[in-house]
Ligand binder design. Structure first.
Ligand SMILES: [Zn+2]
Ligand SMILES: [Zn+2]
Length: 293
């Protein structure tokens, strides 16, 4: 069974949040609707465990029915935290590939088209090694998973430790090395790029950063934003999210993105802490930044 996830209506911007699936993935739709989200992001499995019980057919059907009845346009899945598809350690690599394949197949069944993933860590083997391993992992997954409609959204990272993905060239290279470049799109996390050294604090900085993105990756590949302010400092390579307008990025970058017609169809997903109490406030702040014209 496959849900119908075609566009149901168009709005000026597609604004949403990462929401809980507690009690079953179908509950994510209710949680997104309560926040009036146009798009949501969810974990399809416990992000801190290698193995999770897959949802029953009943839960998958409930999810599809709830989505069908909801104004939510996009549902995006996020990879688990343990995953490292670039790992030089065979055991971790194998486990990461097995769980990613399951996630792709579940996405296919539920009508989810995009899975967001970080680029993993090379753990001392070097960036070239890690990027090649990652690209090989995806080639294998695209060849073996029964998920022809599922695409991978490579997410820009802050670059902590030996994490890959802190520069746009890394994403370009993984896509470039793949036998299946058409299966990749990109998710830009505002907190991560800022921590990695792409400034977005002023409109000029935003112009520069998006021009670089366009030159290196291509804006046509940008299919989602993670809209997070940063508790971490500029160029710190530290990944700490902060509520919108309360961090080191500040409100200008968010106003820029929300009023740029190039991003009108691109889901903007909030991933800041204390989602139960703070998502509502952050979404209101974002919606308030859209200028009428
Ligand atoms: Zn993110
Ligand atoms: Zn983050």
């Amino acid at each position: 069974m496959v849900c119908n996830s075609e566009t149901r209506y168009m709005k000026s911007m597609v604004i949403g949040a990462h929401v809980s699936t507690s009690g079953g993935i179908h509950n994510s739709i209710k949680n997104g609707d309560a926040l009036q989200c146009d798009a949501i992001q969810i974990f399809l499995a416990n992000p801190n465990r290698w193995e999770s019980k897959p949802p029953t057919i009943d839960v998958v059907e409930k999810f599809c029915a709830a989505w069908e009845d909801s104004p939510i346009r996009d549902v995006i899945a996020h990879d688990i935290h343990l995953s490292n598809l670039a790992s030089p350690k065979q055991e971790v690599l194998d486990k990461s590939r097995v769980q990613f394949k399951q996630m792709m197949e579940l996405s296919q069944q539920t009508g989810i088209h995009y899975i967001v993933t970080h680029l993993g860590a090379h753990l001392g083997e070097g960036e070239e090694f890690g990027l090649k391993m990652l690209s090989d992992s995806f080639d294998l997954l695209f060849e073996t998973a029964e998920a022809p409609d599922v695409m991978v959204l490579l997410e820009t990272t802050a670059g902590q430790g030996t994490n890959l993905g802190y520069c746009f060239e890394h994403l370009r290279d993984v896509i470039g090395m793949s036998k299946y470049p058409d299966r990749f799109r990109v998710c830009l996390d505002t907190c991560h790029v800022f921590a990695a050294g792409y400034d977005i604090r002023t409109e000029e900085d935003c112009d520069t950063t998006f021009n670089k993105f366009d030159e290196i990756i291509g804006l046509e590949r940008l299919k989602a934003f993670h809209i997070n302010d940063a508790k971490s400092e500029y160029q710190s390579r530290v990944d700490r999210h902060e509520h919108i307008g309360e961090g080191n990025i500040g409100i200008t970058a968010f106003a820029y993105i929300l009023n740029d017609s190039r991003f009108a169809e691109t889901p903007l997903i909030i991933e800041t802490p204390n989602m139960n109490t703070m998502h509502g406030k952050n979404l209101k702040t974002l919606r308030g930044l859209i200028k009428d014209n």
